[in-house]
Design a protein around this ligand. Structure first.
Ligand code: PMP
Length: 429
């Protein structure tokens, strides 16, 4: 299935090849080199700032990133007039929910604003344990371990686990933090074609001992919005006995009963490691690893981002506890978001002829070249929509896109207006 609507890159992407870094660092002058030569102030600055060359290479590829000022986070961006925000991961609009704000204040009053040290030093507070127990109970696992962020969770658990296996297989579209986790563990990895259990099976058949393989996938893919083929994956795990990690950063809170994500509670034990973040649908910051008790103990002993970093801060834990109660009890907000998303995807297909891989609240419109995505995002911005152009290395080269991220604040009226604007944008790409 091809989802491109714009230009397509001729670059062939072999998912089995791990690519090296795209950026070459310029050589720095060696000690003593050029000594004694007169230089202008400008030349001196150039010499001292070798990263400028890298920046100009990035800009030449239309991959230059800059920060957009957001005056107040929420459903509209107030920096350059009122703009509808369709770029946020605050899918349930909990980040400014007063119930979370109050819970954060109460936790700060009780425990302070900082945790004072790593969990293994002075930072292991009752509220860490309380949230871990609530997470394990919700996810249906024996235990859970909090981490500073989803990035750190992946870095910690994947680097630790990859040293216990012979090989690591990743879905081709796995997040950068997953790749970095394998690298921190000093391992190489192989990629299987995105959401392709057949290709994973081929790799497993070629493995010396498939039970000594770590397989990593995501629940809902952050830039495609499609969902892991869970049944096929669990069938493969039952056959081959590999270790399975599912990073459900974008499914938690939105998908499944009580917002548990893509893995239902009765199948939780078939997944060895569940990763979820508090920074997206749960509206806060931080993350969890839900797993067996023995794996939790292992991570406490070897996961470097856990051992060597300050424990998550009490106000965020208080807010996360409250967010968890809300997502468990208020299924209405979740189903409203998913039905708006289904409606939007259908209109995109029917009215604009744009098909998208999405099966969720994250809806990409894949345009191809970087310049096209940048231009499309500018045009949407001019029409009152803040939608980000997503470019490499976040997505494969030649697959730049608009990432339309729906939240409970996205109304059908707004989206109908967006569709009208998109029609002009996509039609001219
Ligand atoms: N995993 C996935 C799949 C993600 O998309 C992200 C963030 N975009 C992370 C992990 C990192 O999570 P956090 O933002 O909490 O560091």
């Amino acid at each position: 299935m091809c989802y491109f609507i714009g230009l397509r890159s001729a670059r062939s992407t072999d998912p089995r090849q791990e690519k090296g870094p795209v950026t070459q660092f310029p050589a720095l002058p060696r000690a003593g080199e050029d000594c004694g030569k007169e230089r202008t102030a400008e030349q001196e600055r150039e010499r001292m700032e070798p990263w400028k060359m890298i920046l100009s290479e990035i800009a030449a590829r239309d991959e230059y990133r800059s920060l957009t000022r957001i005056a107040v986070a929420g459903d509209s961006v107030a920096a350059c007039g009122e703009v509808v925000d369709l770029s946020s991961n605050d899918y349930l609009c909990l980040s400014r929910d007063q119930r979370l704000v109050e819970a954060a204040i109460a936790a700060a009053r009780r425990f302070g604003v900082g945790s004072t040290g790593s969990r293994l030093m002075s930072g292991n507070l009752d509220i860490h344990r309380e949230l871990e127990e609530a997470i394990a109970q919700w996810k249906g696992t024996e235990a859970a371990l909090l981490m500073g962020s989803g990035y750190l969770a992946n870095l910690g658990v994947i680097s630790a686990l990859s040293t216990t296996v012979d090989q690591v297989f990743l879905d081709r579209l796995c997040h950068a933090s997953i790749v970095d986790g394998v690298r921190l563990g000093g391992r190489r990895f192989r990629r299987f074609r995105h959401n392709d259990p057949g290709h994973l099976e081929e790799l497993l058949q070629g493995a010396k001992d498939p039970s000594r393989v770590l397989v990593v996938v995501e629940g809902v893919y952050s830039m495609d919005g499609d969902v892991v083929p869970l049944n096929e994956l669990l069938a493969l795990r039952a056959r081959f006995g590999f270790i399975l990690l599912i990073d459900d950063a974008h499914g938690i809170g939105v998908m499944g009963r009580e917002g548990r994500g893509v893995v239902a509670v009765n199948r939780a034990c078939e997944v060895d490691v569940h990763i979820g973040t508090f920074g997206k649908a749960l509206g806060c910051y931080g993350a969890f690893i839900a797993c067996s008790s023995s794996l939790r103990e292992f991570l406490v002993n070897v996961a470097r981002p856990f051992i060597f970093s300050t424990a998550p801060a009490p106000p965020l834990l208080g807010a996360a506890l409250r967010a968890l109660e809300i997502v468990r009890s208020e299924s209405g907000i979740r189903s409203r978001l998913l039905s708006t998303a289904a409606w939007f995807r259908q209109r995109l297909r029917q009215d604009l002829g744009v098909s998208t891989p999405s099966r969720s609240h994250i809806v990409p419109v894949i345009l191809g070249e970087n310049a096209l995505a940048l231009e499309a995002a500018d045009r949407l911005r001019a029409a009152g929509f803040h939608v980000k152009a997503i470019r490499p290395p976040t997505v494969p080269r030649g697959e730049a896109r608009l990432r339309i991220s729906l939240t409970t604040a996205s109304s059908r009226e707004q989206l109908a207006r967006l569709l009208r604007v998109l029609q002009g944008v996509v039609g001219s790409c």
